[in-house]
Design a protein around this ligand. Structure first.
Ligand code: XIL
Length: 434
């Protein structure tokens, strides 16, 4: 008897920590997966209490949204302003956050004086900028975006026109990376770009460059995938495959500026896919979202981030946390929704499929009623475990086996209805969680 009680207790104790220890923040959950989870930060918000509580509570990495760009750090030649960027870096380090350096050489947010230099001066200004900035932050930056957005959009695979490209020729990217390695040998050196998230002509061109760098020993450690998505530029179906092919070249990959325009379940699903893709690639070392709250997003009209304008967690937040294996104890409302479609029809019968989708938090089980219209009869079911009411018209479907669905995830079950000359679609009741 004592032995039995003891065994039961042990079972209970073993089972509990698995649930209780699920990390409850993005940073904590990502850390358990060996990843960082970062946000782009603006110095102007560092004094806003709600902003700071989300930043400090949820993230363990940061990127300066604008403050480390060339125009901010070196507005006139060889005159450097580090004050504002230092505040961001110091904040991150005081909170044990890793800091991404963004960005050293980029055609945009580039002060006018750079573009008006001749080739020789431009080369020395470029190297001086890289060296001075990286030395200032030496030992404090986890990864630097050494070169940002050097390739053209579209199918050409060509380098984008810029003062660097136009005056220095193709070698400027390699030269930037070599200068960067010498300036801070401890920082990871990244190439960063957008519209390179899936396999396409632009990412092929970046891939070819990175492969060449690796073959010739040009120092490069990582490739950043900005991952700014919306309906015109959705999360690519081959996102994971693209991350993996870069990783296979021997570089880390990072998701550097993630934001996805949208709302609700659709946005949550897209975020979940991004997180799952990163987790599936062992060299995908971290994810940075491009801001904390929708209200300060550079694309605020598209509400692309994880916290709304009042710093509430959105469905996308819960989907990301769940995909990272975390849980905030049901901060979202456990719910599910259903949709129905007829998938086949024959002379005497038809097949229907019901898709069950979890809402903004994970659910552990679900239940859906399907009512057929007499004299119809359900003659077969699959992917579910049915029970029936006394009339035989109402089937209650539950999961067969494990009914867990992460936030926004879906499953489906099916059945055959003998029509008996009544072709009305069955009535599908609301989805209940349990
Ligand atoms: C954006 C900032 O979010 C805006 O505040 C600024 O006005 C323009 O730049 N790719 C990049 C980022 O690498 O630096 C850009 O950030 C967004 C696109």
């Amino acid at each position: 008897m004592i032995g039995t009680v003891g065994a039961l207790c042990v079972t209970g104790v073993v089972a509990m920590p698995g649930t209780a220890s699920a990390a409850s923040t993005l940073a904590g959950a990502a850390a358990e997966q060996g990843r960082y989870f970062g946000a782009a930060v603006s110095a102007g918000q560092l004094n806003e209490p709600d902003y700071m509580s989300r930043l400090n509570g949820e993230f363990n990495s940061l990127t300066a949204e604008n403050e480390m760009k060339w125009d901010a750090l070196e507005p006139s030649r060889n005159s450097f302003n580090f004050g504002t960027a230092d505040r961001i870096v110091d904040h991150g380090r005081s909170r044990n956050m890793s800091v991404r350096g963004h960005t050293l050489v980029w055609h945009s947010q580039l002060p006018g004086w750079v573009g008006s230099l001749g080739a020789n001066d431009l080369r020395s200004a470029m190297n001086n900028h890289i060296t001075t900035v990286m030395r200032h932050y030496r030992g404090k930056i986890h990864s630097w975006d050494v070169v940002n957005e050097a390739f053209q959009d579209g199918g050409s695979g060509a380098r984008r026109s810029s003062p660097f490209q136009d005056k220095l020729g193709n070698g400027w990217i390699e030269e930037s990376f070599r200068t960067a390695r010498a300036a801070d040998p401890g920082a990871k050196l990244c190439y960063n770009d957008y519209n390179t998230d899936g396999v396409n002509a632009k990412s092929d061109a970046v891939y070819t460059m990175v492969r060449d760098f690796k073959q010739r020993g040009v120092p490069i450690d990582c490739v950043g995938f900005q991952s700014h998505f919306n309906s015109n530029s959705p999360v690519p179906g081959d996102y994971q495959r693209n991350l993996q092919r870069f990783a296979d070249l021997g570089v880390d990959v990072q998701i550097t500026e993630l934001d996805i325009e949208g709302s609700g379940t659709a946005q949550a699903n897209d975020y979940r896919r991004v997180v799952e893709a990163c987790l599936a690639v062992s060299r995908c070392t971290g994810i940075t979202v491009w801001g904390v709250t929708d209200k300060y997003s550079w694309r605020s009209g598209g509400t692309p981030l994880l916290f709304d304008g009042n710093y509430n967690k959105k469905p996308a937040y819960h989907a990301v946390l769940a995909a990272l294996g975390g849980s905030d104890g049901g901060g979202g409302d456990a719910s599910c929704t259903v949709s129905y479609e007829q998938t086949d029809r024959w002379g005497d019968r038809f097949n229907g499929r019901v898709t069950v989708r979890a809402g903004s938090s994970a659910i552990s089980s679900w239940r859906v009623n399907v009512t057929v219209h007499s004299p119809q009869r359900i003659s077969a079911t699959w992917n579910g475990s049915p029970t029936w009411d006394s009339s035989g018209n109402v089937m209650t479907m539950r999961p067969s086996g494990n009914g867990s669905l992460s936030a926004g995830a879906s499953t489906s079950f099916g059945f055959t209805v003998m029509a008996n000359n009544n072709w009305t679609a069955p009535s599908i009741g609301a989805c209940s969680v349990s």
